[in-house]
Design a binder for this molecule. Structure first.
Ligand SMILES: Cc1cc2nc3c(=O)[nH]c(=O)nc-3n(C[C@H](O)[C@H](O)[C@H](O)COP(=O)(O)O)c2cc1C
Length: 269
């Protein structure tokens, strides 16, 4: 089957599709754009998305799957800045589960994030069972205690104390849900692609009334391949956890935008 189909009656041979193609699959010939290097196609869909006349179709990125952009930019820069700067790490959640459709909507945004060479290949596990999360926290605390035996001054001792002495969960913050990202064990871009995808998830969460927080302590335990934790989530041996984010309805509203260190920037002329 041909990778690229060009609708000759609507193609005006402007050549934009050949210019945006990242891997030079398309080349402008006398009778219009042609795929000369089909094997290099990374299925990014740029050729299809950019064509002003909808004249290009790509087997790996079908025109029928692409949604028309009605207006661009979709939001003004002030709103965008407000959105980006109003996301916070949420550590206090309402004791209310998030409906599955909302969780699905949230996680579905992850697959639109950019990844190196459009490599993608991240799968997600959404934990809806609070008891499993409670067990995960217990398992992580036990793992931390084992680590502390070797390095008693490890900075994570405060998490163990909070849990053992006060029953406080500083690992998963009592969140009702956890989203795990997984990838094949042999996939080199797993973590990188997860970071990109979860950034989308975290930002989008705020627009549908959800809050999130990266679960770094959970990740540390998971990345050490601690079997009791992996077993709890039925992670097959050919897969690894590449990231974890807590999700739920935020208990409190933030009144001020994120502030950070001043911009450190150099221009080279
Ligand atoms: C990779 C990563 C791991 C993190 N791990 C945790 C964590 O385990 N627990 C936690 O409460 N916050 C965690 N955070 C949240 C950061 O502490 C937070 O992003 C930072 O303090 C800035 O605050 P803000 O997100 O509210 O703007 C993590 C963030 C990132 C990016």
């Amino acid at each position: 089957m041909k990778l690229i189909k060009v609708n000759q009656s609507s193609c005006i041979k402007c050549g934009i599709c050949t210019k945006v193609c990242p891997t030079r699959v398309l080349c402008m010939q006398e009778n219009g754009p042609q795929a000369i290097n089909s094997k290099s196609c990374i299925a990014c869909g740029q050729c299809v998305a950019v064509c002003p006349h909808g004249a290009i179709d790509n087997v790996k990125a079908p025109l029928s799957n692409q949604v028309d952009i009605k207006s661009f930019p979709a939001i003004d820069s002030q709103t965008a800045e407000q959105l980006l700067r109003s996301r916070r790490s949420i550590r206090c959640y309402k004791n209310t589960p998030v409906p599955r459709e909302k969780l699905l909507k949230l996680v579905d945004i992850a697959r639109f994030a950019p990844t190196a060479s459009n490599s993608q290949r991240i799968s997600y596990i959404v934990v809806e069972n609070k008891e499993i999360l409670k067990t995960a926290v217990k398992v992580i605390i036990e793992w931390m205690e084992q680590q502390l035996e070797n390095s008693p001054h490890w900075s994570f001792s405060s998490h163990v104390h909070a849990y053992r002495e006060d029953g406080v969960d500083t690992i998963l913050r009592n969140a009702p849900h956890l989203i795990l990202a997984t990838a094949s064990r042999d996939f080199k871009n797993g973590r990188e692609n997860t970071i990109s995808s979860f950034s989308y998830v975290e930002l989008f969460a705020t627009t549908i009334g959800l809050g999130s927080c990266w679960a770094g302590l959970f990740e540390m335990c998971a990345f050490s391949n601690y079997y009791p934790l992996l077993k709890l989530f039925n992670i097959p041996t050919d897969k690894v956890i590449t990231g974890a984010v807590m999700v739920g309805f935020p208990k409190y509203k933030y009144k001020r935008l994120v502030d950070r260190d001043p911009l450190d920037i150099t221009f080279i002329k």
